[in-house]
Design a protein around this ligand. Structure first.
Ligand code: SF4
Length: 356
């Protein structure tokens, strides 16, 4: 089973490497579409008849990051590190505990109902699981049409023209419209999910693990479709994934998350060629290559389990698994060090050496 999974990862790696992303993004010339400042999200743990709060899951711990117009920002990390919660807080599907999210200058938590409705049109999501994200009782026509019925007033002829155009750009035949989700393969269902996400002409899309439930050959097709749509429609993506090969291919910049914090952020080329944070280095070392000897020799094994987000460690959250851990790491949260080439990382190893 493990060998089969490993081979699948290598094949996907090879398919994507043929079209390796060599974009060099100059973020200094780009405008922010989304500005996230000191975002915190905690889920309270309640017990007893009166739902007394006895603790909290610290899902997002004070993150600040910008997403630029027209870029794909990859967000990577292990399961449960807060990636999806970050995407949901940006979209307003989860309310944040504190901090702000500005979309094109509008505070998404403090705006009136008209602005909220407008924002919902401008931001959309593509879900991880195309099997459960579509309503099995609705035809594909009704599924794609539903957001228009809620947000826009259009003549039926206009709606039909829009939907046909969407089928065209997402590579679906017009014969799908009267069918139901169970009649399609995973890849086709994800194309339907993408068509639904695009129907309101959004500017920003959170793609939450959009290919992880699909077969490898289909993954490459969906990733290429997302890449083409971004260029044709001028979209901005937050691309959430635990798969670094996929993120490397599609992203302009990559943010690495660990236990609710962003530990490293850089342009894709810089992050993959010059990772600074020990956690990023360990994640990159786990990307499989076709040479099995190479895989074993370069792999950095992380010892210990990821700590619980209900009781995260003090200081650097990675210190319980880091082979470079120092005393200060156990006591104080490392600041974010800004390096060259739009690269930043939160690790005491990047401190300027103290002169004697
Ligand atoms: Fe490791 Fe310390 Fe850096 Fe954290 S701050 S990653 S524990 S060296």
């Amino acid at each position: 089973m493990k060998i089969k999974y490993f081979l699948k990862r290598v094949i996907l790696n090879l398919i994507l490497c043929q079209n390796n992303n060599t974009n060099q993004l100059n973020v200094r010339t780009m405008n922010e579409l989304i500005e996230i400042k000191n975002l915190i999200k905690e889920f309270p743990i309640q017990k007893g008849f009166f739902n007394k709060k006895v603790g909290a899951v610290h899902a997002i711990n004070n993150i600040s990051i910008d997403i630029y117009k027209g870029e794909t920002l990859g967000l990577v990390g292990e399961s449960g590190c807060g990636k999806s919660t970050t995407g949901r807080c940006i979209l307003g599907l989860e309310s944040s505990t504190s901090g702000t999210v500005l979309f094109d200058g509008i505070d998404t938590n403090n705006c009136d109902d008209t602005q909220k409705k407008e924002l919902k049109k401008r931001m959309q999501i593509i879900f991880q699981n195309p099997y459960s994200s579509l309503n099995p009782r609705m035809t594909i026509y009704d599924t794609i049409k539903e957001p228009i019925a809620i947000h826009k007033h259009m003549l039926k002829s206009q709606i039909d023209t829009n939907i046909k155009e969407l089928l065209d750009v997402t590579g679906l035949p017009s014969t799908v419209l009267n069918k139901y989700p169970h009649e399609f393969s995973g890849g086709q269902r994800q194309r339907i999910g993408i068509a639904r996400a695009l129907v309101l002409n959004p500017e920003f899309i959170v793609a939450d693990e959009p290919v992880s439930a699909l077969d490898v050959s289909i993954q490459a097709q969906i990733i290429n479709l997302l890449q083409n749509l971004k260029e044709e429609l001028g979209l901005t993506y937050l691309f959430i994934s635990h798969d670094l090969s996929v993120v490397k291919y599609i992203s302009d910049r990559v943010a690495v998350m660990y236990l609710g914090e962003i530990v490293e952020l850089a342009t894709t080329g810089e992050l993959f060629n010059n990772p600074k944070h020990p956690y990023t280095q360990a994640l990159l070392s786990a990307i499989p290559t076709p040479d099995p000897n190479n895989n074993v020799s370069r792999r950095i094994l992380l010892t210990g389990d990821i700590p619980s987000p209900t009781n995260p460690p003090q200081g650097c959250k990675f210190h319980t698994r880091c082979k470079y851990v120092m005393d200060i790491c156990k006591k104080e949260i490392p600041p974010t060090y800004h390096l060259q080439d739009n690269h930043q990382a939160a690790c005491y190893l990047l401190r300027e050496p103290v002169s004697a």
